[in-house]
Design a protein around this ligand. Structure first.
Ligand SMILES: Nc1ncnc2c1ncn2[C@@H]1O[C@H](COP(=O)(O)OP(=O)(O)OP(=O)(O)O)[C@@H](O)[C@H]1O
Length: 334
């Protein structure tokens, strides 16, 4: 694998004109201008390999969109070194545009009054996509995203879920090597979210397209991105696999043992009893390395065990613990 994106100490500071309220303030700002500095991104460093799917997660105002905008060349970093496909994104916007796809959940790139098909055709000319390649991609994407029924309808008539699928298709028509998505599932209902997630995971797996997405929705990360970058206040807090985050925080897997009849109390060394409902008993596995077989061996045969269910810790709980537990932050950064 090769690095497709690298960020070394990248920062972005916005300058915002400071205005006093009232007439005096308005008059004052005519003569002397003072500015507030907003440190949106604060020295982040990471390397993303070709073919990865990485989720950028953080609370409101954490610096996620600003980082995406720097990687796509819309914004210029105030400091640090940023390389996308070996180039400085803002200095090579035109060249880069041919190799990246961008989807902003909050902003449409489709032509509002034109049928979806026409926006696609316009992109074919903008990106100079060979006719055969375009026809093949259009057919594939229409199929995978189930867009056949609305390709000829104007964008303004589409539901949000339909529009988002069309936005994603538009961004992939020119076979970009990297797809950036800023909140791709925002505002979608459960069914539409599911369709978008499955599609993105497939594009990453089948086409090897590198995917970078920002989200507030933890299920997006769980279903699309094995790797997670967490930010807050512009700073990188965690970079690694979700599995490792769970292990770092010691979140425990939950095991449910269901017996045909109540076998009485069962104490185990491999798991801690959390709840005893007689025939159903719930345990917490303390150790990441404990396997289900270890536990079942300890439970022993002949106890009329009917069903076994092992649940991974809830991702929401893992992230909540992370943000609450500020003391572990520094140690968690790779
Ligand atoms: N053009 C701008 N001018 C001034 N400040 C800005 C600008 N764009 C973003 N900011 C500020 O930079 C900080 C980071 O914003 P950013 O949009 O990157 O956050 P985010 O993590 O994407 O948030 P959200 O989840 O709410 O979209 C915020 O404090 C925001 O107000």
């Amino acid at each position: 694998m090769t690095a497709i994106i690298s960020a070394a100490g990248v920062g972005k500071t916005f300058r915002q004109l400071k205005r006093e309220s009232g007439l005096r303030g308005a008059l004052g700002s005519l003569f002397s201008r003072t500015y507030n500095s907003i440190r949106a991104v604060d020295g982040v460093s990471f390397v993303i390999e070709s073919g990865e799917a990485v989720g950028y997660l953080g609370p409101n105002g954490a610096g996620k969109s600003t980082t995406i905008k720097m990687m796509t060349g819309i914004l210029v970093p105030s400091e640090g070194t940023l390389r996308v496909l070996g180039r400085e994104p803002h200095a090579n916007r035109m060249v880069n545009a041919r190799e990246i796809g961008v989807v902003f959940g909050q902003r449409s790139q489709l032509w509002w009054d034109l049928p979806v098909r026409d926006s696609f055709a316009l992109n074919r000319h903008i990106y100079d996509i060979p006719a055969l390649r375009f026809a093949e991609n259009l057919r594939l994407l229409t199929d995978m995203l189930d867009m056949g029924a609305y390709l000829d309808r104007p964008v303004r008539q589409l539901s949000l879920g339909q529009r988002m699928r069309a936005e994603i298709a538009l961004s992939l028509l020119h076979d970009p090597r990297i797809l950036f998505l800023d909140e791709p599932t925002i505002g979608l209902d459960v069914v539409a979210k599911d369709a978008v997630r499955k599609f993105l995971a497939e594009v990453n797996r089948q086409r090897g397209t590198t995917i970078i997405l920002t989200t507030h929705d933890l299920v997006d990360i769980e279903e699309i991105c094995p790797r997670l970058i967490m930010v807050d206040d512009g700073k990188l807090l965690f970079d690694g696999e979700l599995k490792r985050l769970r292990a770092t925080l010691g979140s425990r897997r939950r095991l449910k043992l269901e017996f045909a009849t109540d076998p009485g109390p069962i104490a185990l060394s491999t798991a801690t009893l959390a709840l005893d409902e007689g025939a159903a008993k719930y345990y917490l596995l303390e150790d990441e390395t404990t396997s289900l077989i270890d536990v079942l061996n300890e439970v022993g045969r002949g106890r009329s065990l009917k069903d076994v269910k092992l649940e991974e810790p809830d991702i929401e709980e893992v992230i909540r613990t992370f943000y609450q537990n500020k003391a572990t932050r520094q140690g968690a950064v790779a």
